[in-house]
Ligand binder design. Structure first.
Ligand code: FAD
Length: 403
């Protein structure tokens, strides 16, 4: 028989599912609420696709790494290019992290595959109650627990009781709004275009599996995924979205990037307004925020999903200790302090720096940045420090020091 009321987790994205796996691993029951119907769960866009070494360690801890590795692409190197001259300024190799992690590489593996494998694993746990096609509406809390109100599969209003509620609903978190927690930050004054392209950027043009191309006019990122490449381009906010997304405009931009008489096969295209925001706190009593519900950032650097999974594992361990071992629930404030610190000082700071570096317009500053990039990659100690930060290993170590 179940000893505790379940932790109610809103959202079966990567963060909600990793949290559910961490809690059930410790014998804590969960109820996961997901608005998507079962039949549409794997029809979602692929979205995020870079899993950093620190996150691979966490996925290994919850039994997911060995399921994801065969579906992903091991990417030890990352290239930094000057798009104007076509010169590669730095090729970082994660091998310099061999004494820091058992995973000295990035795994290129899409969000869709993570939720697929995580959901299959969770379904095998008898203490996981998974409610698909169920939409969270509201909740109340008192000193004994929480009550969530949902619209269930049959379209009826139903209440679900739990010990705590964790909002893993993404940026539009109802829980965050109902707690009145400010989502501090700003919206970028440009849009980001993401294309899925079938092309051999590596074989034909010598690109690494992950590439950042700096350009004062038109920066770009190129990422290799197992079945295709993902091309990320900045676009001007004043440009008409329909024109930007047209075949003609996309093909013209791809030809500007790398001319190819055979053209490009573009499988999907999307245009995003990007936000840089962090919730003022990740806790309101028995309600907690994790992942995009707590912080959103630009996709440059691939830190959004990674830092969300870090929230999930950090919170999962602490909630597990509070519920299963009767530890003081002040531990949950520590979760908020640790992960808020990382969201501001690592995820936000690093992605802001990445974007500034890519789009810098002043030629003198660009030259200084490029010289610094060359110097960093040539010195093994500087290269290691750079990758410790970029791969969030440093953020995990620093957060652990915060009480
Ligand atoms: C185009 C794009 C590219 C990105 N690339 C990267 C990358 O390369 N690397 C990286 O680290 N990050 C990347 N990110 C960010 C990454 O996708 C997110 O940070 C990550 O998916 C957040 O996970 P999450 O579980 O918090 O939320 P989500 O993935 O948004 O999942 C939320 C879940 O909650 C469900 N839900 C929402 N509301 C309700 C409700 N009321 N009731 C029930 N269920 C609900 C949704 O259906 C969904 O399943 C990218 C984001 C975008 C948009």
């Amino acid at each position: 028989m179940q000893k505790h009321r379940p932790v109610v987790i809103i959202g079966a994205g990567p963060v909600g599912l990793c949290l559910a796996l961490k809690l059930t691993q410790q014998g804590v029951a969960v109820c996961v609420i997901e608005s998507l119907p079962e039949a549409e769960f794997l029809d979602q866009p692929r979205r995020a696709g870079t899993i950093h070494p620190s996150t691979l360690e966490m996925l290994d801890d919850i039994g997911l790494y060995k399921k994801l590795e065969p579906r992903g692409l091991i990417a030890p190197t990352m290239g930094y290019w000057d798009r104007q001259s076509g010169e590669i300024l730095a090729l970082f190799d994660h091998a310099v992290l061999k004494d820091d992690t058992q995973f000295p590489y990035v795994l290129q593996c899409e969000r869709l595959k993570i939720v697929d494998e995580a959901m299959q694993l969770l379904k095998s746990r008898t203490i996981a109650d998974i409610r698909m096609d169920t939409t969270f509406k509201d909740y109340t809390q008192d000193e004994n627990g929480i009550t969530a109100t949902v619209a269930n599969e049959a379209g009826e209003t139903e209440t679900i009781n739990g010990s705590h509620i964790v909002s893993c609903e993404g940026a539009h978190s109802i829980v965050r709004k109902s707690l009145g927690i400010e989502f501090e930050g700003y919206t970028y004054p440009d849009r980001t275009m993401i294309l899925s392209v079938v092309y051999d950027f590596d074989r034909l043009h010598g690109y690494a599996p992950r590439n950042y191309l700096s350009d004062p006019v038109e920066w770009a990122n190129l990422f290799k995924w197992p079945e295709l490449w993902r091309v990320v381009l900045g676009t001007n906010i004043d440009d008409d979205p329909e024109a930007v997304m047209s075949d003609a405009s996309i093909h013209e931009r791809m030809q500007r990037l790398i001319p190819d008489a055979n053209g490009y096969e573009v499988l999907s295209r999307s245009l995003y307004t990007v936000h840089q925001r962090v919730a003022a706190t990740f806790r309101g009593g028995r309600a907690l925020l994790a992942g995009d519900a707590a912080h959103v950032t630009t996709p440059i650097g691939g830190l959004g999903m990674n830092s969300g999974i870090h929230d999930a594992l950090n919170l999962g361990e602490k909630l597990g200790a509070v519920i299963a071992q009767g530890e003081d629930d002040a531990l949950l404030d520590r979760y908020s302090r640790q992960r808020h610190h990382v969201a501001v000082n690592y995820t936000k700071a690093q992605t802001e720096k990445n974007k500034r570096l890519l789009e810098e317009k002043d030629p003198a500053i660009r030259k200084k940045n490029h010289d610094q990039m060359r110097k960093t990659v040539e010195d093994p100690q500087l290269a290691r420090d750079y990758l410790l930060r970029a791969s969030l290993i440093k953020s995990v170590r620093e957060a652990a020091q915060i009480n």
